[in-house]
Design a protein around this ligand. Structure first.
Ligand code: AMP
Length: 286
């Protein structure tokens, strides 16, 4: 497994691989890998000649009171897992390599779809994401880049940025990987105590109840969200950041579900903030 720390090393590696006509898949991550990340890597492996994974805890996307300093890191373990999933190279730069000028004077800002859901409670977060992903795209120049549905809004923001700015990369969204009991895998799950881990299941349970009601014909967003909130409020350690039903493309609030929608949750379990979502296919389809 090749571990590249410098941008110049990545550029050299990419030049060698693409000069032979190889297509390159990029998997951006913040590391502390789990099966969710590895499913992105495997998808990239299937669809490209070469796979590079970035591991970078991006300070620009963390708020002042968030977990930047405590975010779990283990490059040695990550490189073993990534190699087993078929990753050819890891790009793991220092902050000073990615941001020689900090703060940067240039950032990338996607409007509207970044102002709701996570964007409303984490100001600046998506600007940090869009900026670092743009930098990674410029450094690697991949043919395809892989993102998880777990961060549905992030995926949408990147897709829209790529479309709006004519970036020559195909964005792939990979389904959510869950633990056996349904909890969406996340690097932040390690923060949970045993009791918190038990109560964290309420996100998945709430979404499951929502889908069941929808499958039985319920189309009122209010009714569905009441059921979602009722389930989450059964857990004493759970505090809802948001629970919303939005149009799948523009993330606009909907009252009556006619088109594809995303049911998106952010819930604090103790001090750990977890997100999850499902997409409900509208009757007319989009
Ligand atoms: P992170 O390291 O948390 O920034 O995640 C890196 C990428 O992995 C993002 O595109 C995430 O959406 C994706 N990802 C994280 N958890 C999961 C999961 N449980 N299932 C699928 N993709 C995931």
């Amino acid at each position: 497994m090749l571990i590249l720390k410098k941008i110049s090393e990545v550029r050299d590696w990419v030049r060698r691989k693409s000069s032979k006509g190889g297509q390159i898949g990029l998997v951006p991550t913040m590391g502390y890998l789990h099966e969710g990340h590895l499913s992105l890597a495997r998808a990239a492996r299937r669809e490209n000649d070469f796979v590079i994974m970035s591991i970078f805890v991006n300070p620009l996307q963390f708020g002042a009171n968030e977990d930047l300093d405590t975010y779990p890191r283990d490059l040695k373990r990550d490189s073993q897992l990534a190699a087993a999933a078929g990753v050819d190279a890891i790009f793991a730069p220092e902050v000073s390599e990615m941001y020689p000028y900090y703060p940067q004077l240039t950032t990338v800002n996607v409007t509207e779809i970044t102002e709701v859901l996570c964007g409303a409670v984490r100001p600046g977060h998506f600007s940090g994401v869009a900026t670092v992903v743009t930098k990674l795209f410029n450094i690697v120049q991949p043919d395809r880049a892989y993102f998880g549905q777990k961060d549905y809004q992030q995926c949408l923001v990147i897709k829209r940025m790529v479309a709006d700015l004519n970036m020559p990369v195909e964005i792939k969204m990979v389904p959510i990987v869950r633990e056996k009991d349904g909890l969406a895998m996340s690097s932040r799950n390690v923060y949970l105590s045993e009791e918190e881990r038990r109560q964290a299941l309420c996100l998945y349970e709430a979404l499951r109840i929502c889908r069941e009601l929808y499958d039985k014909g319920e189309r009122s967003a209010r009714e569905l969200l009441d059921a979602v909130q009722d389930r989450i409020r059964q857990e004493p350690l759970a505090a809802i950041d948001y629970a919303e039903i939005c149009s799948a493309e523009l993330l606009q609030e909907v009252d009556e579900i006619k088109e594809n929608v995303v049911v998106a949750l952010a819930v604090r379990i103790g001090s750990t903030r977890l997100i999850d979502n499902i997409v409900l296919e509208g009757d007319t389809g989009v």
